[in-house]
Design a protein around this ligand. Structure first.
Ligand code: ATP
Ligand code: MG
Length: 377
């Protein structure tokens, strides 16, 4: 069993100083709009993966007045306690520690699995390719250390290569200068593409089953990778194709002053009954597809860790119809991991009758109260 036992938040969003104990299974976070429900879930996510699901800027997470934040959580994994601390101060580097040992920001990217479901998941289907690349990069990095290393190095090489292209594109020797960068870009880029193909296949396998069940077997969800590089299963061939395409596009690239092919421009195609869901699906179909992808994410973490990740459901039920809501609740119940459900609406249907195995946390203006006793009497 894997769960978050307690959490302290100081200066995080609208929380000044809160100390909370959680239930190992179900925690219901209730409160009116703009009180701090999402902020609480965000802090749990942040402590687990050292990034937010809402912003890339740590600065936004620090309380407007306090201008710093500190989070401390005790995670229980296989009966052992792991204390994770994160502290941020403006103009200073984020400090992370695990059991009092200083950790690199992304050191524990794979150690404390968490999956968040939010109404924004719809963006994965509806929005442009950048959102889907982010989805692939984050899942890939959290499930596979090699993916994370490749991605970090690829981004560094890409930045330096783009700088060179921009600054030196009219230099007579630019083509010679680019040679070593092309090699590095193709090495790392083809490795990322290979990892993505494996990841997409694994997600598809799981997501298609969830999707089929939710649609009563009437519809089929498939995923495919759409690349600027002619790719195949053999990374060596993909690498050679990458290099060939780089040289074919050399003139266009020099003209543009930036790298115009590579996995940083690729896309994940999500298809329902063979058509691109971004263009052709209804709003409801898109929501079901997004939900199936997130459930697949949970399954992959479970397979990898033999344990359920912590699941955060941020206000998702307000967007779902009864059948999707019921399906998601059943899913949560069956995987039996720790779950946090935030809602501004009523609790109807969220808790089974005669079930006292949960905790209710009421959130009001950046303060959180344990209300379980009140509700269970
Ligand atoms: P809803 O039901 O509308 O989703 P919520 O309870 O999830 O509401 P949150 O998003 O958790 O609301 O919290 C919103 C509140 O937190 C807002 O009032 C916002 O102004 C405040 N807030 C956000 N960032 C900060 C910050 N850095 N410092 C102080 N307050 C902040
Ligand atoms: Mg919210």
């Amino acid at each position: 069993m894997y769960y978050l036992e307690s959490l302290q938040l100081k200066g995080f969003r609208n929380y000044h100083n809160e100390q909370l104990q959680f239930h190992p299974r179900l925690n219901l976070v209730i409160g009116e709009n703009a009180q701090g429900k999402t902020n609480l879930l965000e802090s749990i996510y942040y402590l687990s993966v050292t990034r937010s699901f809402r912003t890339n800027r740590d600065q936004e997470l620090a309380n407007f007045e306090d201008r710093y934040f500190y989070l401390k959580g005790s995670f229980i994994k296989d009966d052992l306690k792991h204390v994770v601390q994160a502290s941020y101060r403006q103009n200073d580097q984020l400090k992370i520690s695990v059991n009092s040992n200083q950790a690199d920001r992304f050191d524990h990217l794979q150690s404390f699995p968490v999956v968040v479901f939010s109404p924004d998941d719809l963006q994965i289907i509806r929005d442009g390719p950048a959102v889907r690349r982010r989805f692939l990069n984050l899942e890939g990095s959290r499930l596979n250390p090699l993916y994370f290393e490749d991605l970090k190095n690829y981004q560094r090489i890409l930045m330096q290569r783009n700088f060179l292209l921009k600054e030196k594109r009219y230099h007579p020797k630019i083509r010679d200068y680019l040679e070593p960068w092309d090699q590095a870009l193709a090495d790392l880029g083809s490795s990322i593409i290979s990892s993505r193909l494996v990841l997409i296949e694994a997600i598809e396998k799981e997501a298609s089953i969830f999707f089929e069940t939710m649609t009563g077997s009437f519809e089929e969800l498939t995923l495919s990778y759409s690349s600027t590089i002619d790719f195949c299963e053999n990374p060596e061939t993909t690498r050679n194709n990458f290099l060939r395409t780089l040289s074919e596009k050399r003139d266009a690239e020099l003209k543009r002053g930036t790298t115009i092919i590579g996995p940083h421009l690729d896309d994940l195609k999500v298809m329902i009954n063979g058509s691109d869901s971004r263009r052709y699906s209804s709003q409801g179909q898109k929501r079901t597809a997004a939900l199936a992808l997130k459930m697949a994410e949970v399954s992959l973490f479970r397979m990898r860790n033999n344990d359920s990740p912590i699941i955060l459901l941020d206000d998702v039920f307000s967007e779902f119809d009864n059948s999707r809501k019921g399906y998601l609740l059943k899913f949560i119940r069956e995987i039996a991991g720790q779950c946090f459900i935030s809602t501004a609406t009523d609790l109807n249907g969220l808790i089974e009758k005669n079930n006292s195995d949960y905790k209710i946390i009421t959130v009001k203006q950046g303060s959180a109260f344990d209300e379980t006793d009140q509700f269970s009497t």
